[in-house]
Design a protein around this ligand. Structure first.
Ligand code: HEM
Length: 134
């Protein structure tokens, strides 16, 4: 059974409580999606990294939530979807120590492959979005 409890402030949809999960729906959300293509050999390692991610991002001002999406088909991209209060908050994170902290192991893997003259194990391409309906 799904129980949704919407909370409004001045007519604006502020919070949506979903039991047993509590989900926060903020106004003016900004979304950054990083599309990551992994080599077949790297996929397991990639999933391991996210299974124990740094969570440095979780303390960033304006950060709301993130999801890591694994594609149903082996040859498709992973999606790292992050939700922000504003574009400024997202940009602030990309220039922060937390960004470096959150990417230490992944970037080390890329550097290692490069130093050994091997193919990059993954490549990244990000796009940003506004939520216009939910
Ligand atoms: C060369 C570019 C990038 C690559 C190869 C990459 C890959 C990775 C990898 C492998 C991790 C796992 C964490 C670890 O290293 O242990 C990670 C963390 C993360 N990535 Fe990226 N990423 C890149 C840029 C970006 C960008 C531009 C965004 C946002 C649009 C993004 C969003 C995230 C988030 C939200 C996390 C979790 C950070 C944390 O837990 O603090 N990444 N990324």
């Amino acid at each position: 059974m799904k129980i949704w409890l919407p909370i409004y402030e001045n007519g604006n949809h502020l919070l949506k409580l979903y039991l047993p999960k509590i989900k926060i729906v903020m106004q003016k959300q900004f979304v950054a999606v990083n599309y990551i293509t992994c080599t077949p050999e790297y996929r397991e390692r990639f999933e391991e990294l996210f299974g124990s991610r740094a969570k440095a991002i979780d303390l960033m001002p304006g950060f709301i939530d993130m999801h890591v999406l694994k594609p149903s088909k082996e040859d498709q991209d992973y999606l790292i979807v992050s939700y922000w209060e504003s574009e400024e908050a997202f940009k602030g994170w990309t220039k922060s120590e937390a960004f470096i902290e959150g990417h230490k192991r992944g970037f080390a893997d890329l550097a290692k492959a490069k130093a050994e003259g091997k193919e990059a194990p993954m490549s990244s391409n990000f796009q940003t979005y506004k939520i216009i309906a939910n």
